[in-house]
Write a protein that binds this ligand. Structure first.
Ligand SMILES: [Zn+2]
Length: 111
């Protein structure tokens, strides 16, 4: 069982034995499916291919979390750290995966 990830938009789907029949996001007329048709990957395949997260402090209290090399449409997550709490905006599937496993660098775990 795998959590299949659409290679075009980067959306990760619920666990299943086989990839979904299609990505409803990419099948929407506002999106597209690549010339090679619907392509799927998994987190293990991405790791094996060398994809990893990078962290960039855009300004004090604003941390960007992205994936290198660029994957899908290049989503990134933002973490806004304030004195009243922190706000996460996670759109990057790989970032969400690492977030769920608490694999951020330790200096970013106190939110
Ligand atoms: Zn898609």
């Amino acid at each position: 069982m795998e959590h299949w990830i659409c290679q075009t938009c980067g959306t990760q789907f619920p666990q299943s034995q086989a990839p979904p029949s299609g990505c409803p996001i990419c099948q929407d007329e506002r999106q597209y499916i690549g010339h090679d048709g619907q392509q799927w990957t998994t987190m293990a395949q991405l790791r094996a291919a060398g994809f990893h997260n990078i962290f960039k402090e855009h300004e004090p209290g604003l941390l960007g979390i992205g994936t290198e090399p660029k994957f899908a449409i290049g989503q990134r997550a933002l973490l806004v750290q304030t004195s009243k709490g922190n706000q996460k905006h996670l759109t990057c599937r790989i970032c969400v995966h690492f977030h769920r496993q608490n694999k951020y660098p330790t200096e970013y775990l106190n939110y």
